[in-house]
Design a protein around this ligand. Structure first.
Ligand SMILES: Nc1ncnc2c1ncn2[C@@H]1O[C@H](COP(=O)(O)OP(=O)(O)OP(=O)(O)O)[C@@H](O)[C@H]1O
Ligand SMILES: [Mg+2]
Length: 269
């Protein structure tokens, strides 16, 4: 069965997403409450329609903070300066937080519908579309399962399905496979690559912009058109690398060099 992930995504004029001069500070959040934490400093990022951008960087460098701002949210307690995305554009984005956030008291199908219902979409229409996506996401037959009955990979696919369902033109995915073991993660990567979330060249201009946060350079190279590397905190863009069709080994070396100038990295940050 062929299931379009984009039938309801409205077309958006380019760029799909843009921030410039973005600095995010958490006042008084330093060790023992002394001093400020500057999470991001002077970050610029522009993402086009039908572009899949991966953001990699060391733990604590501000990746999740960046996604929140891209979603049009102000992280709690934060001071945001520079030019963040217009908060109104938050309506165009679907954000998958770092933890799957499935509701344990709801079965899989009602969990999948949460975002679409919050967006005010008709329940019957959303449910029909969700049922079709359960197939595309390898979850057919599990519509009535409880979250605790699903494997880690299935939970993540369900959380991703929920994020895709409202058909928003921008997807913001925060380490969707971060908690999975290496083998499951590689399988999920292959599956996600086949899904083509950005809809490259899909007829009718129904593609999406996707921003994926990951610690995994190989995941970034497999899935993304472009990889943006953030430095240690405060996160700054230290490399913005289009993923070449050929010569991935060299791109990998360049990314690892930007992530770890000391050369001690094994490929995951
Ligand atoms: N609400 C908050 N209040 C205070 N400090 C915060 C808050 N949210 C994030 N921070 C701080 O901002 C910095 C960046 O956090 P963030 O969660 O964005 O990092 P990250 O790159 O996503 O890390 P990880 O890879 O471990 O998920 C950290 O030092 C964190 O402690
Ligand atoms: Mg994070």
């Amino acid at each position: 069965m062929t299931t379009s992930l984009s039938t309801e995504a409205p077309t958006t004029s380019a760029p799909a997403l843009e921030v410039a001069g973005l600095t995010v500070t958490f006042p008084g959040a330093g060790p023992r409450g002394v001093g400020d934490v500057v999470a991001l400093h002077d970050v610029a990022l522009r993402v086009e329609v039908e572009e899949f951008v991966a953001v990699v960087g060391p733990s604590g460098c501000g990746k999740s903070t960046l996604l929140r701002v891209l979603a049009g949210l102000t992280p709690s307690g934060a001071t945001v300066t520079g030019r963040p995305v217009d908060p109104a554009r938050g309506r165009d984005t679907a954000w998958m937080p770092q933890r799957d956030g499935l509701l344990p008291w709801r079965r899989a199908l009602p969990n999948a519908l949460v975002g679409a219902r919050i967006a005010g979409q008709d329940r019957v229409v959303a449910e029909a579309r969700a049922r079709a996506l359960f197939d595309a996401f390898g979850l057919a037959g599990f519509e009535r399962a409880w979250p605790h009955e699903l494997s880690g990979g299935m939970r993540q696919r369900l959380a991703l399905l929920r994020t895709c369902l409202p058909g928003r033109p921008v997807l913001l995915l925060d380490e969707p496979f971060g908690a999975l073991d290496a083998i499951t993660r590689r399988r999920m990567n292959g599956w996600l690559a086949g899904l083509d979330l950005a809809g490259h060249g899909r007829q009718g201009g129904a593609g999406r912009a996707v921003v994926l946060v990951t610690h995994d350079v190989d995941e970034a190279l497999l899935l993304a058109d472009r990889v943006v590397v953030l430095s240690d905190r405060p996160g700054r863009v230290v490399l913005d690398l289009p993923v070449p069709r050929d010569g991935l080994d060299e791109a990998r070396r360049e990314l690892l060099g930007a992530l770890d100038p000391q050369g001690r990295s094994d490929g995951s940050t």
